[in-house]
Every structure is written in structure tokens, then in C-alpha cells.
Design a protein around this ligand. Sequence first.
Ligand code: ASP
Length: 443
Amino acid sequence: MGVKVCKFGGSSLADAGQFRKVRAIIAADDERRYVVPSAPGKRNDHDQKVTDLLYLSHEHARQALPFDDVFARIRLRYTQLITDLNLDLDLSSQFDGIVLELSAGVSADYAASRGEFLNGQLMAALLGWPFVDPALCVVFDERGRLDTQATQRELSRTLGEHETAVVPGFYGSTPDGNIKTFSRGGSDITGSLVACAAGADVYENWTDVSGMLTTDPRIVDNPHNIEVVTYRELRELAYMGASVLHDEAVFPVREAGIPVNIRNTNDPDHPGTMIVGADHASCGDAGTVTGIAGRKNFTIIAIEKAMMNAQIGYGRRLLSVLEANDVSFEHMPSGIDTISVIVADGQLEGKLDTVLEEIRSECRPDTLDVHHDIALIATVGRGMSRQPGTAAKLFTALADAGVNIRMIDQGSSEMNIIVGVEAEDFELAVRVIYKAFIAASDL
Ligand code: ASP
């Protein structure tokens, strides 16, 4: 029998109705043997996530302010779930314990981790499965970095003792026994680690959308779903703002070659999106473009210098200025006598004048121009490299729409063409690229 590891996000566990859907999903497939729950999320737009309430309680406790009201809301979330689901579970002594710990000055990580810790117990009671505390098998080193090897060793050993288990997401512990959490959204990482340790055939990541969309639905109405995306395409799209999975969750499963299936708890029959390695069988029939994503708020610093191409170390001098000012850059397209760097505005905050001054003195450019309000759009597709005319089609679509292209960068992976456009043209550009490549496949 195969093994599927299922991570359920907070919105999939926000109330009893959602928990029942989760129970039905697990019951529908015997291979779903390990479950990684988040803490209860928002039930509606005005609600708060349990994790946020825990951070808030901790902050109040830290400032010696009363936190009874906030904590009462956390308590109520769980007791309501227990009552509505008719579970034989009493968490009251644990709540009392956490209140005492908060007053005694536990860490923020410890406080936040209790959301998953309690929800894991609830899920274990609902399914009648063993509860595995990740404090004992997700290992961080003394400096708080995940120790992947030790984690794989401990998790595999523990899971080997259980046919089925619930392993709460988001936290583990350091060698001295302190609880440490991942960054926000980190239950995705736990799910990925559990999938590796269990030697899973697939890591199902259950959320509230039916996988990834080919572009931003705020820009294009009802964009298509992505059926299959490679880990690398996902990285490129996620970097440009299309995010369905915590960045760090990709690496463990990618290394182990375990596909990730993004699924919708509210539409369990939808196949969602498969994230796979480039050598996976389902990769073969890729269209030209898998997805289009983009971000605003970039600046281009453009330099021109006669005979730049013959000057040894010119690029290095330019980049050292950025480095000295602790500025990272995104792209560096160059011509014969020109070179530009594209930098996210956040990186340049309060530093632009100094950076320009230092470029002037270090690089002695003939001209130095700054273009603000640039948006970058990545058109990503593993099918591109096999398809002549992709760039022509992209640029024609933009030209026909009257969009002026300020920068072009095709990564050497040939899987991604990035264009820089004026921020005001951003939405139009995304729409026309979508129309040229993805909507066109409908015809
Ligand atoms: N509950 C944590 C958070 O809100 C972790 C997670 O949901 O993945 O960030």
C-alpha cells in the first residue's frame, strides 16, 4: 500500500464543519496515513487565526498586561470544536498550564506552537489515531536552524512505529529542549519533512484553493488552473509572487522526488495542482507557458560607458557598490557599452542617493539614469525551450497592446522570460500575455 502525507492548513480546520470535511477526505483513501494539521485559521474575514491570538497573548504577558480575554477566545475556539465534534477530549488542564507558562515568560515560539500542539490532539481524537509530538522528532540545532538529517532520522524512526499518526505542523525543538517554530506558514515545511521521512508517494497539501492558477485572478477573470508544474517553475512563479506553498517546503520533497499535490478541502474531487520534478511522467505534455506572475515596485539603474566591454572589472565595481550598501539586485541585463541593475524598491530605501554617488565615483559612467515605477513580469514555462517563436509571440502581444518594454531577461534555464514594464502597464501586460499563451489554448 502506498503512503500519502496530508497537511491541512488553518482554513481547512477553522470550525467543526471543516474538520468533518477533513475526516471524510482521510476516510476516502487508506493511503492517507499521516496527517499534519495547522492551528485553526479564520472562519471568516473578521475572525482571527489561533496562532495570531497566541502571539498576542504572549505579547500581553511579556508586557505584564492582562491576557485573559485574548486567551479566553483561544480556549473557546477549541472547546467549541470539541463540543461540536462530540469528542471525548478534555484540554482544560492544558489550557491552564499554558496560561501559567505564559505568565512565567515562555518564548513567543513556544506560545505560538501551542496552536498546532492542541489542534493535533484534537485531530488525533477525531481520527482515533496516535499523536506524535514534533518536539521529539523535528530537530533544530543550537542556532535555531533546522537539522534536516537528525529530523529525518528521528521522524523516520517514530513514524516507523505507527501505521497512522497525526504530527502537528510548525514546530520542533532545539537540543536543549526549547520549542522552536518555523517562520509563518511553516506547517507546510513539517508536511514536507514528514512526507520524506514516511517515504511518501505523494505529499498532499490541502488548502482552500484548487491548486495554482495560471495567473493572478485579481488581474484576469477566472484564469485556468495549473495541472502540473515543476519544482523549478514553482520557484520562479513563487519568487514573482504566486505563492501556494511555503518556499522552504519545496526543498525536502524536491530532493526526495516526492510530488506535491495542492488540493482544496472545500472541493475534494478537484485534482488540484501537481508539483513534480522535470523527469516526472506527467511533465511531458506541457504547453508553452505554465504561468504568468509579476510584481511592482522595482527601480532600474542604467549605466552607459563607452568601451565598457573592454574594461576589466567594470561589472565587479558596480556590484561592489551594491554589496557595500547591503543592496541585493534582481537582474543585470547588459549591452556592449551599457549595463543596468534592477533592484526592488525596498532594497534602496534611504540608500539610493548614496548608491548613485558611489557608482559615479567607482564606475565613472558617461550617463547614469534611474527609472522608477517598474514592474517585472515573468512568463514561465518548461515547454518554452522546445518552442521557437515564444519570445516573438510575447513581444508581439505587448507591442500590439502598446506596452513599452523597459527590460528583457531570459534566464539561461530558457524556462522564463522576464520583462520589465512601466508599473501603469502592469495589469494590461499580464492580461495580453495571458491571452496570447493561455487563453489561446482554449481556441
Ligand atoms: N499556524 C502557523 C501560522 O499561522 C503555521 C501554519 O499555519 O502553517 O503561520
